[in-house]
Each structure stands twice: as C-alpha cells, then as structure tokens.
Design a protein around this ligand. Structure first.
Ligand SMILES: [Zn+2]
Length: 292
C-alpha cells in the first residue's frame, strides 16, 4: 500500500515532469474506478497542470480549473510512460500531456533537477493509474463542485505526518485525544495522515515501542520519542526512495525496512527474531527484544 514516503516521491517526480503542461487526453479504461461523469473527464482536456502533490495517502493533481484526486488504496500504482508504450493490464485511468514551454518548474523538488527520467519539454508523456484489485478510486472534482472525496474531509484527515506545522507541541496536544494501541494510533489518518501498516511498524521499531501498547501507558519522554521516530523514519525513507524508485515510479521499494514483513529474520538492532502477527487482516511485525 503506498504510504507517505512512496507517494511523496511519486508526487515530486510527477510535479517536476508535468507541471505547466496541458492535458491532451483523459481516458478511463477502467471506468468503475473513476468517480466523475464522461463529460467531466472530457472537460479535463486543455487544462494546464498547476501542481501535483501528496496529501495523506492521496495524490492530488491540481489543474487550472478542476482537480483530480487519486486514492490508490492497497494496490493502485502510477506508471509514467511515453504514449507509445503499451498500457499495462488493469489500467483504470490515463492522462496524456502536451509539450511545455521552458524547462522544469522552478519550484520542483531539488532532487529532480537534471534527472535523466525527466521528459524533454517537447515530449508528450502519459501517466497511467493501474490497480489490480480495483479498490482504489480516482475522483474528478470540477471547480465549484461539492463532490467530496471520502477520507479527505476536515474531520477525517489530520495534519500530514511530515507537516512542518506538526510541531512537538502540536503532537503532544493531539496524541492525548487517542488513548488506544500505538499501531492503530499511527494508522489513524484523523490523527496524523500518511502513515500506514508498513511505516507504522518501522516507526514503532525506531521508537522502541511495542505496537499493541496503549498510548495511555506512555511516559512523556516516550511520546516525544515517538514523534522523533515519525519524522526520522519518514524522512530517511523518502531519501532512499528518491534514489531507488525512478525511473519506474510504479515500483514499491520496501526491502530496506527494518522489521515490517520480516517475521522470523534477525532484528537489525538486537538480533532477536522478529515477531509477526496478523491482526485485522494486516501484518504487524515487531521485535520483542528491543521494543517495550
Ligand atoms: Zn530488536
């Protein structure tokens, strides 16, 4: 499932590649995944991309008038390709882009500058959104429309886990509303947005806290350590993924993780065999040796 680090890197790369380009074509080979009418889909054509960003576990494509929001859920992936390449199976939604005048946008993420995968200004790249399980959704949000995107409402989504506005003081204040288990807390998008099952495990390992421990049992130093682990784990993962994900942006790189999905292997910190349990349909991995 794409989480904050995965989608941050995809959003930065797509923004550097596509901002300033007009949409040349918009098609929905898998119309069930798309929330919007055929007329709303057609109306995207001709609009220029003003920015591509991540919010929580959603990818947002801002256009000069309308907006497209993608919630990839479990298996949705973005592929960045030239239109001559064949569409992969289970492609649900395709946007084709025209040439742009001038080079990459000045505000593009610095790591994208001069990258070999950046399309030439006169290229006509495509993004394909594909989803083998068809659980994800593409929302077309026309300007002035009151179409809501489930999960993005004001009460449904807290600040992004990497938001500069989420200071330690804000974290301490917000976390007190949630007394329950730490793994559930980190995955709760209304608390902080962007963390899912994999990075939830990684953050708790970094903070040396057990996933089923209740927040109400944490000392104040542990609450602060959890905040530091959130920031540190996510920023390190983003740095690694910037190196490893391009040019195939549909690739989900997880092999560098310390504990998640590594049940039975040695903990990289203490050598204890990593424990893995399946709860609520999700795998939770942790170390009994060094997490308390
Ligand atoms: Zn350990």
């Amino acid at each position: 499932m794409p989480e904050l680090p995965d989608l941050t890197v995809v959003a930065e790369a797509l923004d550097a590649s596509l901002r300033g380009r007009p949409i040349r074509s918009a098609t929905a080979p898998g119309p069930l995944a798309v929330r919007g009418t055929p007329a709303e889909l057609d109306a995207l054509v001709g609009q220029t991309v003003t920015g591509i960003r991540r919010r929580g576990k959603f990818l947002v494509i801002d256009l000069e008038r309308d907006r497209v929001v993608v919630n990839p859920m479990l298996t949705g992936r973005f592929q960045f390709a030239s239109p001559t390449e064949r569409h992969p199976t289970k492609t649900a939604f395709v946007l084709g882009f025209g040439a742009r005048s001038g080079g990459p946008p000045k505000k593009a993420a610095t790591w994208t500058r001069g990258a070999s995968w950046l399309p030439a200004p006169d290229a006509t790249p495509e993004i394909r959104y594909r989803d083998p399980t068809q659980m994800g959704k593409v929302y077309i949000v026309p300007a002035g429309s009151d179409r809501s995107v489930p999960g993005m409402g004001s009460g449904e989504m807290g600040p992004d886990a990497d938001d500069p506005g989420l200071t330690l003081d804000v974290w301490r204040e917000r976390i007190h509303r949630h007394p329950g288990e730490l793994k559930n807390l980190l995955r709760n998008q209304a608390f902080v947005a962007g963390i899912g099952n994999a990075y939830g495990d990684e953050i708790l390992h970094a903070a040396r806290l057990l996933p089923f421990r209740k927040r109400s049992t944490l000392a104040s130093e542990e609450i602060d350590a959890l905040y530091a682990a959130v920031r540190d784990t996510l920023s390190k993962a983003v740095a690694i993924l910037r190196e490893r994900v391009p040019p195939t942006f549909e690739k989900q790189v997880r092999d560098f993780l310390a504990v998640h999905d590594k049940g039975g292997q040695a903990c990289p910190r203490c050598g204890t065999r990593i424990t893995e349990v399946k709860a609520g349909g999700f795998i939770t991995s942790y170390c009994r040796g060094c997490q308390r």
